[in-house]
Write a protein that binds this ligand. Structure first.
Ligand code: IMP
Length: 430
């Protein structure tokens, strides 16, 4: 039995929640390794609906360890509120079952404000962020002025760290015509919430090493998608963390050899929330149809998602960079009833056809998708539980996708229901 990393292979919202839940039932430890409460998914367990944002999916199931790794940015106010809501629903959260890395970065109120100020500014690039302060918090981490979970242990440290952070932030705020932040007020607030957070602080690298040595199964739960990766995504229209599978190691304190199998969650068409390039976008009745049928509205911000055809070029690129072993193909049923389906198989760029997305913003804006047209199907694939339940044209669509992306389908999800899943290869099995 090995460990499994789950990542999104597009721009997020690929339907990771259901698959992660399905896998987390069989894992002993579930680890978040990047992002923060910009992620959001809904779990339905035994008829009860749980909304998770920062918490690893394992938290709603008893007997598992949920780990928030060092690669995550933690808003302590959001964390406590999510914990309260889960407790109100009867979820048992203890200092053993929830472990937060001592070296994880904290999101401060001034990060959230800066995120919103930039999004609302008339000048500059509008990313369309979730306004949760994710980007500014990661900036402080890399700028070595972040406040981390371990700093909550002493008022002296909090004040010293705040002085460093606020020297920077108050200068920025003055430039933006905003009032300065009073470090004392934040220090008081942090001292009030520290006793509620510190019991969960752990050296999670040791927890994970112990789990690995005792043969426990570890699930690494990625948030967002590989095309939103800070390095490999459609920069600057990306999130501020590495979302590719390799980050599961660095963002948790495990060696890369502990990552045995990488599952890329892949939607049968494409969606994107926020700004940025989207070559196969269908800003027309096709996109509208996909959006309505696929209920494509953001779980965190409620924004409607942009929709388009499956882009095999982008998915192949992100699966290659992420070292993905198999994909979980989701939301195939949304394509039911369409006469024909298009798949992007290349881009026209400066008079030639290329098989990758170039990095430059101007190049990205200049490319034109090249489509292959496939026959659609009128039958319903909703809730199918075996290949035999699928129309031949749907199987043909799946096989063509596998061929184009060079990675096999390990799981096929045919409805939001847990059991409506066709298993080809168990990711936890060697
Ligand atoms: P941020 O992560 O809030 O900084 O937002 C940066 C970009 O990532 C924006 O385009 C967001 O819409 C996108 N994004 C962040 N989190 C998610 C997610 O969980 N699903 C889909 N898109 C996301």
């Amino acid at each position: 039995m090995g460990n499994v990393v789950v990542v999104g292979s597009q721009w997020g919202d690929e339907g990771k929640g259901k698959i992660v839940d399905w896998l987390s039932e069989r894992a002993d430890v579930v680890v978040r390794f990047q992002g923060g409460h910009n992620a959001g998914h809904t779990l339905v367990v035994d008829g009860k609906v749980y909304k998770l944002s920062l918490m690893p999916s394992g938290v709603v199931r008893g007997g598992k360890i949920s780990v928030i790794g060092n690669g995550v940015v933690v808003d302590p106010w959001a964390l406590l509120s999510e914990m309260d809501k889960l407790r109100d629903q009867g979820v048992d959260i203890t200092s053993e079952t929830l472990q937060i890395a001592a070296n994880a970065t904290l999101i401060m109120p001034y990060h959230r404000e800066l995120d919103a100020l930039r999004e609302d500014a008339t000048k500059g690039v509008k990313i369309g962020t979730t306004r949760r302060g994710i980007g500014p918090a990661y900036e402080d981490k890399v700028g070595r002025r972040a406040i981390r979970v371990c700093d909550l242990q002493s008022r002296e440290t909090i004040e010293a760290r705040l002085e460093v952070a606020l020297t920077h932030h108050n200068a920025v705020r003055r430039g933006l015509g905003q009032p300065e932040v009073d470090g004392k007020v934040i220090a008081d607030e942090l001292m009030t919430l520290a006793p509620q957070i510190l019991p969960y602080m752990h050296n999670v690298w040791r927890t994970l090493d112990d789990a690995q040595k005792s043969g426990k199964k570890i699930l690494f739960e990625g948030a967002q998608g590989s095309l939103l990766d800070i390095d490999h995504g459609t920069y600057p229209f990306v999130t501020s963390s590495n979302t590719v599978a390799g980050q599961a190691a660095g963002g948790s304190g495990m060696g890369p050899r502990a990552l045995d199998y990488v599952l890329g969650i892949t939607k049968a068409y494409t969606t994107r929330v926020g700004s940025g390039p989207f070559p196969s976008e269908q800003d027309n009745e096709v996109g509208q149809y996909l959006g309505e049928k696929g209920h494509e509205f953001g779980t965190v911000t409620g924004r409607s998602r942009r929709c388009g055809w499956f882009d095999a070029v982008l998915v192949r690129q992100s699966l290659t960079i992420g070292g993905v072993d198999g994909i979980a193909l989701t939301k195939l049923d949304v394509l039911d009833g369409m006469d024909e389906l298009k798949v992007c198989v290349g881009y026209k760029h400066k008079g030639e056809v290329i098989d990758y997305l170039p990095y430059g913003m101007e190049d990205q804006a200049a490319i034109e998708p090249v489509y292959e047209t496939l026959e659609g199907w009128q039958e319903s694939t909703f809730g199918a539980r075996s290949w035999a339940d699928l129309p031949a044209t749907a199987v043909k669509y799946i096989r063509r996708i596998e061929e184009l992306i060079g990675v096999p389908v390990a799981l096929l999800s045919t409805s939001p229901e847990r059991d409506d899943t066709i298993l080809v290869r168990d990711p936890f099995q060697d």
